[in-house]
Design a protein around this ligand. Sequence first.
Ligand code: 5GP
Ligand code: ZN
Length: 112
Amino acid sequence: MSDCLFCKIAAGEIPSKKLHEDELCYAFYDIDPQAPTHFLVIPKAHIPSVSGVDEANAPTVGHIFAVIAELTRTLGIESYRVVSNIGQQAGQSVPHLHFHVLAGRDMTWPPG
Ligand code: 5GP
Ligand code: ZN
């Protein structure tokens, strides 16, 4: 999608602190970290949110979770939280599917 911030980041058109890239996804550090470690993993294809996941793109989402597991292992992170906000009330500010990976501090439950 031409006017999407995360499509542009995934395409390298907007700079980011990249952690990982492959043919399906892109991982980069959040510009406004909410924990000592806070990165995002996004599909390269534009999907608006979890509500846009279907049987056709579900393999990409599964791949993203495998990448999250591998990246956290590589970073030596044993405990972490994976969050995806869907829609305005849940706090989604960028309408391109992304999974937040947060680690390095105690987390509260329920989330705010
Ligand atoms: P959401 O609020 O949609 O769940 O998450 C969007 C996230 O993207 C926020 O945590 C925000 O800090 C991050 N973000 C927004 N713009 C940029 C950017 O230009 N670069 C990076 N690295 N992160 C961004
Ligand atoms: Zn997009």
